[in-house]
Design a protein around this ligand. Structure first.
Ligand SMILES: C/C(=C\COP(=O)(O)O)CCC[C@H](C)CCC[C@H](C)CCCC(C)C
Ligand SMILES: Nc1ccn([C@@H]2O[C@H](COP(=O)(O)OP(=O)(O)O)[C@@H](O)[C@H]2O)c(=O)n1
Length: 304
């Protein structure tokens, strides 16, 4: 961790005003959210426990800042998730879009918007668990409705194929578990988790839409899937992965070697696409096989 330099009183005040939210969320290498003089460090500021170790006077001040920040971010993302499902249920009910397309758009948007929301959480090492709380709550919601304890037609209409509650316990549940794994085990300082979401949400989601529309040429070893669907998954999954890596690099969370990153992402996208094309859907859901294959390939390719 590079030595930090105290700022002038004016700069300190400006930093205090802004760092409550934006700095420790959007530019983690800058100000630390503390009541004492703001510091500009060259590298990330680390967790609240690291701050307390370096600055005993900080103690609970930073922790309280982080806690309030992460609780607010969690409430915001939970609200976004609820609103997204409600929006598509409304569009389906009013016949603006067909139910099948609505479900696929929820499939594509939920996970990608979740991955894009990670920077609004604090710089604390515990922030990932607050973010993971969102898929956890949605997973519990899926289980409660899937077991028809209290069936919520909005959810069932928005994320099932045939409107049967028990469908919630398969693809959708595996889907939110994949989001939880990406947040907890990989988070915003690893390319692996975000690429797995890009392939599962963006790639696999687009494969369904393009495959149904243009998929006349079927894959020889799997007549239920088409070349158009798989090619779409590879292309969209690749570019969405690159987009997420660029987004997190520009915010200072990742430092990619772009000379090799494009090739590495292309290889990972190819692996994920090949796995998705296999005739194994009856044995293992795509929302398990695609993220697992992507995580394995990305971790071997990037090393973290
Ligand atoms: C329809 C879904 C999965 C079905 O997959 P498949 O069977 O078609 O392969 C997606 C289910 C989404 C879930 C109900 C809501 C998940 C919300 C997410 C955890 C957080 C999104 C936050 C963001 C800010 C909107
Ligand atoms: N590689 C692919 C993937 C899906 N698809 C089309 O999308 C439909 C749904 O795909 P899927 O069984 O993977 O659906 P999900 O499990 O992703 O919801 C398939 O029945 C195909 O018509 C395709 O043509 N090619």
């Amino acid at each position: 961790m590079a030595a930090a330099l105290p700022l002038s009183p004016v700069s300190h005040q400006l930093c205090r005003i802004s760092n409550r939210f934006w700095y420790n969320a959007m530019t983690p290498r800058f100000c630390s959210p503390v009541s004492s003089p703001c510091y500009i460090g060259v590298k990330g500021i680390g967790s609240s426990s690291q701050l307390r170790a370096r600055h005993p006077l900080i103690s609970s001040a930073a922790s309280t800042d982080y806690l309030l920040h992460d609780v607010g971010a969690t409430v915001a993302v939970l609200s976004g998730a609820y609103a997204l499902v409600l929006l598509f249920e409304s569009l389906t009910k009013r016949d603006v879009i067909p139910q099948r397309l609505s479900r696929k758009l929820v499939h594509i948007l939920s996970g990608l918007l979740f991955a894009l929301s990670w920077p609004i959480f604090s710089a604390s090492t515990e922030a990932r668990y607050f973010a993971a709380f969102v898929p956890l709550v949605n997973g519990l919601r899926l289980v409660v409705n899937g077991l028809s304890v209290s069936p919520n037609s909005t959810l069932i209409q928005s994320v099932t194929r045939e409107g049967r509650p028990e469908e919630l316990l398969k693809g959708p549940l595996f889907y939110v578990l994949a989001l939880l794994v990406a947040a907890v085990f990989f988070w915003r300082d690893s390319p692996t988790g975000m690429i797995s979401l890009a392939m599962m949400c963006g790639g696999d989601g687009i494969a369904d839409i393009m495959g149904r529309k243009y998929g006349s040429y079927k894959i020889p070893y799997n007549p239920r899937k088409s070349l158009a669907g798989s090619i779409s998954m590879f292309i969209f999954g690749f570019f969405i992965s690159i987009g997420l890596l660029y987004y997190y690099s520009s915010l200072g969370y990742l430092h990619m070697n772009w000379e090799t990153t494009f090739t590495r992402v292309a290889i990972v996208s190819l692996v994920a696409t090949l796995v998705e094309s296999l005739p194994i859907t009856d044995q293992i859901d795509d929302n398990v096989s695609v993220p697992l294959a992507t995580i394995l390939a990305a971790y071997l390719s990037f090393g973290y």
